[in-house]
Design a protein around this ligand. Structure first.
Ligand code: ADP
Ligand code: MG
Length: 701
């Protein structure tokens, strides 16, 4: 049976017809046989399990019970008319109910009275008694000859139900389709199937829809999940190969004077092992005549700036210019200052270009850029404007924080005749499996180690009853000269309440920390930018000891003397937000603290978030837990979740499978980058048929 068969419009399937076809199309996007085949059950009912009546509770899903119908009667009038039956086994009795019944149904039910039958349906509670509405009924003889095992349950919609496409009907359609398929062309090689002990493709589909037992189900899931991961990884890796082929770039052959001089004389600290490793990785990329496309992940404070600087020096050593882009003016200015300080003893021209750069300065910058005199240009989006022309831009460093999108990156590249190498730095750790799936076409470096000597932030969980002790602790810290952030949640849906909490909080803090001994600042989203800025500056200058704020505390606010972060109603924050907020402290030499205030009783999820924060400072570990709790889609926001729309696979739960899939895809492409080997033909064919993106096969490898 060829792939064409699977392209048959769904109307042609026995049992569908044009009316049902329309419903399947509009409700489930099932247009062809293959769409139906790939519409997987979302759960299974174990039909080897039989319930006794005394075990039944209304919270159960579909169940089956063996027993006898002992009476049948019509009750009610007109629209309230219904058919009811008493159904018993040796442990008790329940009621069966049919609303809207036909004469035929009633007559059929009458033939069952007194016989041993099996009923199947969802139990409900009505007037304190258990009943079952519209149960499916089978005689025991029939039941014994029908397929056993796990029964698929397909997710449904109201419209499907109304149009009569019940779960039972869906099962029948799937069964019909599977019985018409004698053979399914493979999409994996024989060796692979053997090595991974997978069922063949048709078996896998049979077993995912109608598994005889959980072992069969597991086998089918394994294979189909693997396919999802494998073809995604194959696509990403091919994109990477393709990119390397298409985008030639400058070859930075040698490390020269600038790098060596800086390294020998001006490096202000010993690099961490992680920094050294990452610089080696970047160095190796830059030495190739292929555009570097590397993502550098490292938690706040892990020392990415120095990595950026050393990379820049390699470019400059080879005669090229460097662009360094940051998402905000504050950050761009900070980077500019950091680089200027580090390089103050060296003869390297650095410029800063932001929205507020004056026209005259701009002209001067532009001139030095064109001549190549200016070696490093730091800036905001202003860098990607058309009038910014480099002499020979060789390396672009983008500090992404989490504000730039991939699109902007692309735009930045297009304006160059030859694409420069690209290093994107991000401070938002994402779990490895997620990075592999979203950015699998990039190279990824990770700084997973903080510079030495930094005291880890102590994170603790406290409740309302601890508030007096908290205030005492804060006073002691202020006594020692420290400053304090107190953050309140701001959730859009409950904005009014949150402001009330914030203002109440501010008042009680002001009372507990009265003038003239203490000064308290407040910053929130409803203030005018100028007022906000004024208050922030007061705190930054040390004129106030406490800053009460909503989460508007800007990315990049850097007050090293602030060493305590109190987060009120911490249970309302997401994990990554808590971690980001915690990153505001721990920037100075003093011991820092993060205090998570919550109400007494927490949901399981909230408890897991809080205890994760108390357990670890490691952003990657935090991100991993966050993904387990929220799922990968929510973690990344909607714009990227498309690629994560797996039918069966789950990045949080199937990590091992993903690594296997990635590894195997790499191995295959290493030996056969164009997938020309006979054993890879099924893979290639499937990939080409299902991939929207076109690859230039002849140029790969
Ligand atoms: P981020 O990764 O958040 O950009 P930075 O590059 O700003 O981190 O570094 C944070 C701080 O750590 C800076 O003050 C920097 O000077 C310092 N730092 C970076 N690397 C090291 C190191 N290897 N040893 C000691 N201090 C370091
Ligand atoms: Mg930084």
């Amino acid at each position: 049976m060829s792939a064409d068969f699977l392209k048959t419009p769904i109307d042609y399937l026995k049992g569908v017809g044009s009316e049902r076809a329309k419903t399947l199309q509009s409700e489930l996007s099932i247009f062809r046989y293959e769409d139906l085949l790939n519409y997987f059950p979302f759960r299974y009912v174990d039909r080897s399990k039989y319930y006794k009546i005394k075990e039944i509770t209304p919270t159960l899903a579909e169940i089956q019970v063996v027993g006898k119908m002992i009476s049948l009667r019509e009750i009610g009038q007109n629209r309230g008319k219904r058919l009811t039956a008493r159904f018993v086994d040796e442990t008790g009795e329940i009621e069966l109910v049919w609303f809207r019944f036909t004469k035929w149904l009633k007559e059929t039910m009458e033939t069952y009275i007194g016989k041993q039958i099996l009923i199947y349906g969802k139990p409900n509670e009505f007037n304190g008694k258990i009943n079952m509405v519209h149960p499916e009924i089978e005689t025991m003889e029939n039941h014994k000859s029908s397929p056993q095992g796990l029964f698929p349950v397909y997710s449904s919609t109201e419209k499907l139900q109304k149009k009569g496409i019940s779960n039972r009907v869906m099962q029948k359609l799937q069964f019909q389709l599977l019985s018409e398929i004698q053979y399914l062309e493979e999409n994996l090689s024989e060796e692979l199937i053997e090595k991974l002990k997978f069922p063949n493709r048709l078996q896998a589909y049979r077993q995912i829809h109608f598994p005889k037992n959980t072992y069969e189900l597991k086998q089918a899931e394994n294979r189909l999940k693997f396919e999802e991961f494998f073809f995604l990884q194959l696509g990403l890796l091919l994109k990477k190969l393709n990119h390397q082929q298409k985008f030639k770039s400058y070859e930075f052959e040698s490390i020269g004077n600038y790098f060596n001089e800086f390294y020998a004389n001006y490096l202000p600290f010993e690099l961490t092992n992680a920094q050294k490793r990452v610089i080696k990785e970047i160095r190796a990329d830059l030495a190739k005549p292929v555009q570097m496309n590397r993502l550098l992940q490292g938690d706040v404070g892990s020392g990415k700036t120095m990595v950026a600087l050393l990379s820049a020096l390699i470019a400059i050593d080879n005669g090229y210019q460097v662009a360094f882009m940051a998402p905000t003016e504050i950050l761009a200015t900070q980077h500019y200052q950091a680089l200027t300080t580090y390089l103050s003893k060296m003869d390297i021209e650095i410029g800063l270009l932001t929205g507020s750069t004056k026209a005259k300065e701009r002209r001067e910058l532009a001139e030095k850029l064109v001549t190549g005199e200016m070696k490093i240009l730091v800036g905001t989006h202003a860098l990607i404007e058309d009038n910014v022309v480099f002499n020979n831009l060789g390396l672009t460093i983008i500090d992404e924080q989490h504000k730039f999108g991939v699109a902007q990156r692309a735009k930045f590249l297009k304006k160059n005749k030859f694409p420069p190498h690209v290093l994107v730095m991000t401070a938002t750790p994402i779990p490895r499996t997620l990075a592999m799936s979203l950015y699998g076409d990039l190279d990824i470096s990770v700084i997973d180690e903080l510079p030495p000597g930094r005291k880890p932030i102590k994170t603790v969980h406290r409740k309302d009853k601890d508030r007096l002790a908290l205030f005492k602790f804060l006073k002691d810290e202020i006594q020692k000269g420290r400053q304090i952030y107190i953050v309140y949640p701001l959730i859009e849906e409950s904005e009014k309440l949150d402001y009330k909490d914030l203002m109440d909080g501010f008042e009680s803090i002001s009372r507990a920390f009265p003038l003239p001994n203490y000064a308290v600042s407040i910053v929130h989203g409803k203030m005018k930018p100028a007022d906000k800025d004024f208050e922030m500056q007061r705190f930054a200058k040390g004129e106030t000891e406490i800053l009460v704020a909503t989460t508007v505390i800007e990315v990049g606010v850097n007050v090293p003397n602030a060493s305590v972060m109190v987060i009120e109603s911490a249970e309302k924050f997401g994990l990554s937000q808590l971690h980001q907020l915690r990153g505001r402290v721990g920037r100075g030499a003093d011991q820092s603290y993060c205090i998570l205030m919550t109400k007494d009783f927490l949901t399981d999820d909230a408890y897991q978030r809080i205890s994760t924060m108390c357990r670890t400072n490691d952003g990657f570990e935090v991100a991993e837990v966050d993904m387990q709790i929220r799922g990968p889609g929510d973690l990344m926001g909607t714009q990227q979740s498309g690629i994560l729309n797996f039918k069966l696979a789950n990045l949080a739960k199937d990590q091992k499978m993903l690594h296997t899939a990635r590894f195997i895809a790499e191995e295959i492409l290493k030996l056969d980058p164009e997938l020309n080997a006979p054993e890879n033909q099924f893979i290639k064919k499937h990939f080409v048929q299902n991939h929207k993106e076109k690859f230039i096969w002849s140029r790969i490898g």
